[in-house]
Design a protein around this ligand. Structure first.
Ligand SMILES: Cc1ncc(COP(=O)(O)O)c(C=O)c1O
Length: 359
């Protein structure tokens, strides 16, 4: 605490990112939903050809080449795509562009358990928030979202950290219930579910879908996120971007992202591998008595048997395996376990068995 902090800085509760290992530390990192496989080999070719001289210039503001490549694979036009420095930034811009702030404003509707950055941005931008409880099975309560009046809606689909997918028919119900407000569907994990609300874009001008190269494209370190929506929504995002930082995506990120997006078969091969590992490990944990909802993401939301989630988190950490534990109401008996390589996940199962005294 410093006496120079203003009220906002004093009071805000910042987002807490997953633990990053120290350089040289040998651990199995299953705590931040990264991709265990490397990005497309074409990325290396681009990086090897980076001309130092090109760094003297500012990057193209709108990430045109990236938007063109995304438009091709997402089945939209470049005018429907916005790029930012990770989807976290795109979410932040969206909150500022579309949801009302200040006392008395209609609240933004979010699930009580979802991506924990939503409440942080709401706080940062003075957007009143109404949290709608998930159902007991951790699925999003669609009827409650339909019934509630608000100044917009935001949720992740599949949701995080629950890993559960909402059907498109239910997404559509929420869009229909809130025709005058933006419904933001955060599809950070959509590649692992094979389901996307983008097909609803021609019907709903209030739909904004966000995505990221951090998970499916193995580029969490590059920071490239995007939003897809009606060109008028995209223009709104550009207005906010240009009121904050006209160059959110650097020129190296733009070149790398363009080739990584174009190499869709590489991405989808890795996604398929991860999904196969995910489904195998979900079965293996259920065989050990764990509760594991069906995951449509690159992580499992899993509650251990015979030991508390916090204890097993600590014991796994002692064995050099990092998973994510949220000491929060309703989910304090669950871990979020990112899907790593088959070898990493077998090591996790071995560690779970050792901790349970089965080995
Ligand atoms: C639901 C959800 N949305 C957005 C993000 C942010 O991703 P990015 O790396 O693109 O900022 C994450 C990251 O974990 C996430 O879980």
């Amino acid at each position: 605490m410093s006496r120079f902090w203003n009220e906002k800085t004093r009071n805000i509760e910042p987002y807490v990112a997953g633990e990053q290992p120290k350089p040289g530390q040998k651990i199995i990192k299953l705590n931040t939903n990264e991709n265990p496989y490397p990005a497309s080999p074409k990325v290396r070719e681009v990086l090897e050809k980076v001309e130092i001289g090109s760094l003297a210039r500012y990057p193209e503001t709108s990430s045109l080449k990236v938007r063109e490549e995304l438009a091709k694979v997402l089945g939209v036009t470049p005018e429907q795509v916005f790029c930012g420095n990770g989807s976290d930034e795109v979410l932040a811009f969206s909150f500022q562009a579309f949801f009302e702030s200040g006392e008395g404003a209609a609240p933004l509707l979010v699930p009580d358990i979802s991506y924990s950055f939503y409440p942080v941005y709401a706080e940062l931008y003075n957007i009143p928030l109404k949290k709608i409880p998930l159902k007991d099975d951790f699925s999003i309560d669609v009827s409650a979202f339909e019934a509630e009046q608000g100044g917009g809606v935001a949720f992740a689909n599949p949701n995080a950290p629950t890993s559960i997918l909402m059907d498109l028919a239910d997404v559509e119900k929420i869009l229909i219930a809130h025709p005058d407000h933006v419904v933001l569907v955060d599809e950070a994990y959509a590649a692992f579910s094979g389901v996307t609300a983008r097909s609803l874009l021609p019907k709903y001008k209030n739909l904004l879908v966000t995505g990221t190269l951090s998970k499916s494209h193995s580029l969490a370190g590059l920071r490239l996120g995007f939003a897809v929506g009606d060109p008028e929504l995209i223009e709104g995002l550009c207005r906010i971007r240009d009121s904050f930082n006209s160059y959110p995506v650097d020129c190296i990120a733009q070149s790398v992202a363009s080739v990584a997006i174009a190499d869709d078969s590489w991405v989808m091969d890795n996604v398929r591998k991860i999904c196969a590992t995910r489904d195998r490990i979900a079965v293996a944990l259920r065989e050990r008595g764990w509760t594991v909802p069906e995951s449509k993401t690159n992580f499992l939301f899993a509650s251990p048997s015979g030991i508390s989630a916090e204890d097993i988190y600590t014991k796994l950490r002692e064995k050099g395996i990092l998973v994510r534990y949220f000491n929060k109401p309703r989910i304090s008996e669950y871990l979020r376990i990112t899907i790593g390589t088959d070898e990493e996940m077998d090591a996790l199962l071995d560690a779970v068995d050792e901790i349970a005294g089965r080995k």
